[in-house]
Write a protein that binds this ligand. Sequence first.
Ligand code: HEC
Ligand code: HEC
Length: 309
Amino acid sequence: MINFRYIKTYFFLLYTVFLLSCYTANNNEFKDSLTAIEFGRYLFFDTDLSLHQNMSCAICHNPELAFTDGYRLSVNAYAEALAFNTPSILNIENNQYFSADDSTVVTLVQQMERPFFSDHPVEMGIQIDSTVVLNRIWNKYQNRIKNLVYSRGELSTNGLMDFISQYERTLISRNSKYDMHINSNSVLSPQELVGRDIFFNKYNCVACHGGLDFDKPVAGFSYYEVENEERKIKVLGLRNVNMTSPYWHDGSTEFVDVAIKWHSKILGVEKLVSDDEDVDLIIDFLYSLTDTSYLDNSHFLSPFTLKND
Ligand code: HEC
Ligand code: HEC
């Protein structure tokens, strides 16, 4: 029988048990909570980030293809073609520009406004109803992001773009045969070494493809005139070119030798057009820039398909 004299004590005990259980639940939540970079990774691979749950950054930037998609022009979820071929986003942390034809796009968040909000064609479709997307993301992740965002009211599309950009900056992988050569001086084959030499010295490709990722002109602007284009087009990086076919900003070339030959014609790099031997040697060198080691690191892969994540 309940003794009514002690009813206050019963309630007090019940309340204490309730508080203790909340504390334990919170502790579990804390154990599973995501860092900003990890949350960015989830968002990058999550189709729930798109309005109709049918598109993610990773569908176009697929890790298996050095974060490209293999299409000539990228396509959205409704099979409409975008204006450009999808570039790799490995090693972009120190890029200066993030658009093939627009040199005013200079930050990752500014760049992301296009896939987030563009409506011709739609990519993620978020501008149509960002509340639906934000609610969905909040409901799905709230228990794991309380350390980053306290309430649904604090979750914004800008915040999401910021988390994703933090993840993008960590996509660094420079473990190619060529990198090993730089570090130890003994890995490249004789052909690759000759290819390297003519790339750097005979044809001075580094005038435009300079820097750590072969995408920065040694001097001058990153945008150049190319054939059949009124606008100037950004120099592309040359790492992983044997994984990123088709080539050029419009994907108009499927084979790297054709890309180099056309290229030399368009940009006036003398003689290369007709010298198949030199082209082959350059390709040997370019293929030594291939690095697939990042595929062994789950950080670069989808958290939704891995068992241990
Ligand atoms: C429908 C396919 C598609 C989707 C979805 C998509 N992208 Fe892209 N991405 C592209 C294409 C095409 C370009 C080249 C556009 C340009 O040059 O203006 C690009 C360019 C980029 C660049 C610039 C790379 C550079 O060096 O110039 C970054 C960074 C990027 N995307 C990140 C993202 C992120 C983050 C998301 C998700 C929020 C995303 N993309 C969603 C196709 C896509
Ligand atoms: C005057 C500047 C310039 C020089 C010199 C130059 N390139 Fe390029 N390169 C570019 C530009 C700009 C692009 C991007 C063109 C586009 O997207 O349409 C590019 C793209 C490429 C691509 C295609 C990359 C891809 O992923 O689509 C390859 C391969 C390439 N260059 C190789 C070379 C080689 C080899 C040399 C030396 C023989 C060279 N380039 C010299 C400016 C230059």
